[in-house]
Design a protein around this ligand. Structure first.
Ligand code: ADP
Ligand code: MG
Length: 448
């Protein structure tokens, strides 16, 4: 229904409706008198800004009462009614005054999430190329490059980027017929049509598109009928110069279970990939999310702690931030680094030991501790001021990160696993007697 929303008035109605429904649910939860005392006069949505829906309250007394007693319940009801990040805030007449700004935020249009825009995406080395290419596609749909194929690991912003293209195009061309669909939904739409032999709905949905955004194409794997159908759709759209954007978890050439005619079509356009953001970009993403969703300020030390611990998936990174904020609210304590650590403890410790491929940190911390470079560290020099740190790196990778001797050998420039084993044993032995070495290793581990 939201795809029909075209102007500000419609959007306001939508939010008003959301509050009406929330209020109805509240009225079912309390005795009539209690409800009337608190919410009787709390009816009108006065403005909406950055996902915050402002509802007018008759007095500061009612405002305080709602804030202290009912916020959690209201938030739960709201979450059950809408899957967007919205929240209600209750304000008095005096607080509204000059701050009113006309509402410009969209909700869903063409089933795109309104907050998946280019503006809300933090750009860094990990996504610069894909971001710029996507912008060009959005500026020149159907002509710059077709199809655009975006691939990369889970939670790295593929869907966001793809929808940003859709949102951009729809902002500049209200009439454009844009469809975002997950490949699994495409597949079930088709199978449903096939089973019922009723193709009307299916055809209506997929014909006459100006832009097709199809997410996670690898999910069509092994479904040859839907691939055949998609092949036709793809050809039809591209022949008519309509933009197609595809995402996937791997390069087109590596897709398994997808027919070669399709994968070769996918390779006709441009492929771009998204990588894991580096620490700096992760901190910036957290800052952005915070600014979008909360009024709290969180100090950098805490954001860095989160960013250091949630590395390979932006969705999990955001989840960690939310968890810290909720925990803090729940405990009703000041947000300190210790509290943040406490709230994330279970997530972090429940993960596997750090044996994943995060050896680079170990190499760089050890190297910088001894004032040498990582190139020296993994290099060939047998100079004792390099051999010791090299052995320490081996020891840490083995004993604290669970790498195998063989893998450590590979990391250290193709050394033999017995060399690694000897290095590790040497440190283990020395640690028993050499206090200075013990302190050094402890210090390095602290830095990690
Ligand atoms: P994918 O489709 O690759 O699995 P998503 O697009 O669903 O990943 O992204 C997961 C979450 O991370 C989304 O909430 C998205 O907004 C956010 N996200 C990912 N990359 C960025 C980025 N560079 N800047 C801001 N948010 C990001
Ligand atoms: Mg996705």
């Amino acid at each position: 229904m939201l795809s029909y929303l075209r102007n500000v008035g419609d959007y306001m109605d939508f939010y008003q409706d959301l509050w009406n429904k929330t209020r109805d649910k509240l009225s079912n939860s309390f005795a009539e008198q209690t409800f009337n005392e608190v919410f009787g006069e709390v009816k009108k949505v006065v403005k909406v800004e950055n996902g915050v829906i402002y509802v007018l309250v008759p007095s500061t007394f009612i405002q305080t009462k709602i804030n202290n007693v009912y916020t959690k319940m209201i938030a739960e009801i709201l979450a059950s009614l809408s899957n967007q990040k919205l929240k209600f805030k209750f304000i008095c007449e005096t607080e509204i005054k000059s701050t009113y700004k006309p509402l410009t935020t969209k909700i869903y249009k063409n089933n795109l999430k309104s907050n998946y825009t280019f503006e809300s995406m933090v750009v860094g080395e990990a996504n610069r190329l894909s971001y710029i290419t996507a912008m060009k596609v959005a500026e020149q749909p159907g002509t710059f490059v077709n199809p655009l194929y975006i691939f990369g690991g889970v939670g790295l912003g593929k869907t966001h980027l793809m929808q940003a293209i859709g949102n951009y195009i729809s902002d500049y061309n209200l009439e454009a017929n844009i469809l975002y669909v997950q490949a699994t939904d495409y597949r079930s739409d088709f199978i449903k049509a096939l089973q019922t032999q009723n193709f009307l709905e299916f055809t209506q949905k997929y014909e006459n598109l100006d832009v097709l955004l199809i997410d996670d194409i690898q999910m069509l794997s092994d479904s040859s009928k839907s691939q055949e159908e998609f092949f036709k759709l793809f050809n039809d759209l591209s022949a008519r110069g309509k933009q197609i954007v595809i995402t996937s978890d791997c390069p087109a050439a590596k897709l398994t279970g997808i027919m070669p005619r399709l994968t070769s079509r996918f390779q006709m356009g441009i492929s771009v990939d998204v990588h894991q953001p580096d620490l700096n970009q992760r901190v910036n993403i957290l800052k952005r999310k915070l600014a979008e969703t909360s009024e709290l300020t969180v100090n950098d030390e805490i954001l860095e702690y989160i960013a250091e611990n949630f590395i390979d998936n932006v969705r999990e990174l955001e989840g960690a931030l939310n968890r810290v904020l909720m925990y803090c609210e729940f405990c009703n304590k000041e947000l300190t680094l210790d509290l943040a650590k406490e709230s994330l403890d279970i997530l972090i410790s429940s993960r596997k030991p750090k044996q994943k491929e995060n050896y680079e940190d170990v190499l760089s911390v050890v190297a910088s501790f001894y004032n040498i470079t990582t190139v020296d560290l993994i290099g060939k020099s047998r100079n004792s001021n390099i051999v010791l740190p090299r052995h320490i790196a081996m020891y840490i990778l083995k004993n604290h990160y669970n790498f195998t001797y063989v893998r450590i050998g590979q990391i250290l420039n193709g050394r033999d696993h017995t060399t690694v084993m000897n290095g590790c044993l040497k440190i283990e032995e020395d640690l028993k007697t050499n206090v200075q070495l013990k302190l050094a290793v402890e210090n390095i581990l602290k830095k990690l």
